[in-house]
Ligand binder design. Sequence first.
Ligand code: NG6
Ligand code: CA
Length: 522
Amino acid sequence: MRKLTGPLLATVCAGSGLFLASARGAADAPAPVRPNIVFIYGDDVGYGDVACYGATKVQTPNIDRLAREGLRFTDAHCTSATCTPSRYGILTGEYPWRKKGTGVLPGNASLIIAPGRLTWPGMLKKAGYTTAAVGKWHLGLGTAEHPVDWNGEIAPGPLEIGFDYAFIMPATGDRVPCVYIENHRIVGLDPKDPITVSYNGPLDDSPETEPTGRNHPELRRMLPSAGHNDTIVNGIPRIGFMRGGHAALWVDENLADTLAKKATTFIEEHKDGPFFLYFATHDIHVPRAPHARFVGKSPLGVRGDVVDELDDSTGQVLATLDRLKLTDNTIVIFSSDNGPVIDDGYKDGAVEHLDGHRAAGPWRGGKYSLLEGGTRIPMIVRWPGHVKPGVSEALVSQIDFTASFAALVGQTLGSHDAPDSVNTLPALLGTSPTGRDVLVEHAQPQRVALRQGSWKYIPPTAGAKFLRETNTATGFMPRDQLYNLADDPDETRNVAEQHPDQVRLMAAKLLQIKASGSAISE
Ligand code: NG6
Ligand code: CA
């Protein structure tokens, strides 16, 4: 699929009353618009985890409000079925499977996005936006040559790839170091208690200085179901080893409020706009340790409690926009980085309390999976007065945010920028019912599938590392798989043998996209 350019895009968008520039080439459009953009990026939130997508055992009034006032997508995708590759794809506009080293990163990994390359925030910055990343990062920090000094200047990181301000968790809630980094420094670090981090075994043989799940099991208040037995922080055993930094450690129960406060403060301080806020929540990722006001409130147990907490964080952002009278001039997007997972390594009761809740909605699979549940996630776009409320069945992907928002704000992308990002702005704004012709879906390790209309093709795959998941189907099989999602949303009826021509066509298309190095040259 080619990008929509000049006249075609202008026609598509005429109905919205907007003046739009095309993302690549033609500079024929008049004054671009520059609404504020707030991206609320849930972690591991499944298609079926919020009420407006059909969940009946959770209440998500704030996310539902967005759906009522905005456009709710039923065929929207993140760029991978796990976090790091998904975030790499959304920020760079490059399919993550094109690049080695984009799998789930340890907490001391180097930054995997090269400073200087065009990114979604960097593009908006060029258009005059003030940009902020608040929340989960998980894209690495520092470089291989200059590994991070946790006690000094931490760079490169978000500020070097397009963000003006950053308040981040370095990796994940379940990976050390369990500290916040504001711009280039750990927040609240006592220089007399420096931090050391290791992913190559314990730092110290003395159990007193570095309790781990193995040598001090009695200190754990949450037990692992898999992995998660290294350094214990706040009673929760994590992945990786850390020592020191006691004054800087986050409190898990306060994570959501701390991040929401930073997000709303950024909005307040930049209310004159235009601003771009990338608000990557920790919820609903493990370890699930909600604030006391949510504990025990959900019939789904702690996994439901953290959905409540995610909805509350969303509400804090929406209330701030209302109070500052920014609602009409702000595009709010709510989405997720990958599909859902019930047991993700801690025995937290989520499985026991599931009670028939379908976290991936009607789709099969979830986090780690190549089936639809892996990347088909909730996505809502609200822009009062510009995006007509409703439901869209367009095939859309987060990979297209860079090119699409470039078109909105009048930025031209170079031929090597965001190589897989297609301008699907008309679909995202609801002025067109169709989005992409084809989309490559991804699950680690480098496994891909192709969507085209209601067809889904999965090439043969051999064994895989992530088969340990017990509650998700991976979609990895040693033979061709072809599903027609229109009558088989569950991907249980493989019709590859009945439709050899369709298999051949889609296999060839996938090879072509892989070989081309860029979906733009299709
Ligand atoms: C897995 C972890 C899981 C989670 C995931 C990354 C184990 C057994 N599982 O390796 O708990 O941290 O990595 O999640 O350690 S993501 O959302 O950041 O991709
Ligand atoms: Ca995730």
